[in-house]
Design a protein around this ligand. Sequence first.
Ligand code: SAH
Length: 232
Amino acid sequence: MAFRATILTLYPEMFPGPLGVSLAGKALERGDWALETLQIRDFGRGRHRAVDDTPAGGGAGMVMRADVVADAIDAASTAGDTRPRLMMSPRGRPLTQAFVRDLAAGEGAVILCGRFEGVDERVIEARGLTEVSVGDYVLSGGEMAALVMLDAVVRLLPGVMGNQLSGTHESFEGGLLEHPHYTRPAEWEGRTIPEVLTSGDHGAVERWRTAEARRITRERRPDLVGAPRHEP
Ligand code: SAH
C-alpha cells in the first residue's frame, strides 16, 4: 500500500502546497503517495468551533484544547491504523535522514500541526504523539515543518526520483556531508574542474569524492564525524 499522510491542521489550504509540484507533485498525481487533510476546526467546541483556550497558570497566547485535538486524531487514525502519530514541535526529536528513511519504509503518518503556543500536554501523552522538530528555531505553525518532513520522505519513496540515483553519496548517508559537484562548462570565470573528475579513472574519482566529503564534514559539521553510520 502506498505511503499515506494525514495532516491535522487549521490551515488545510497549505497542502499539498509545494508538494503539489515537481517530483513530489507528479508522484502524488500518480498515486505513489497520498495526502489528506483534516480541518481541526471541524472538531471545535461551541457555536464558534473554538479549538483553543487560555493557558492554565496564565501567560501569553493560547493553547490548543486536548478534547478537540483528540477528536481530530481519533477521526484520522481509527482502530487498526498502525501509522505513527507525529506532532510537529520545536521540543521534538530532531528530524534526521535516518528517521526520514524509517518513515518512508512505513505505511505513512498522522501528523498534527500545532498553532498558537502549542498543544495541551495531556493529548500528546494520551494519544502517544511523537514530537518531531525540524530545527532549533520557532515557526508560527507546524504546517511548514510537516511539509519539510514530507518532502524529505516522499523523494525516497519507490518510483518518485525516477532514474535519478537516490544517491548512496548523498549528505548524511554514511554519516558524511556530500562532496562538491561540477558540470560543464569545463572552464568558467577562469575556474576549472578538478582534473581527477575528467580523468576517466573511476577509482580515483571515488577516492577524491570520499576525501572531499570527509574534509567538508570535518570543517563544517565536526559533530557528524564519528556519529553512528546509518546502515541501509
Ligand atoms: N511555544 C512553543 C512554540 C509554538 S510555535 C515553544 O516555545 O516551544 C507553534 C507551533 O509551530 C508548534 O506547536 C509546532 O507545531 C510548530 N513549530 C514551531 N517550531 C517548530 C519546529 N522547529 N519544528 C517543528 N514544529 C515547529
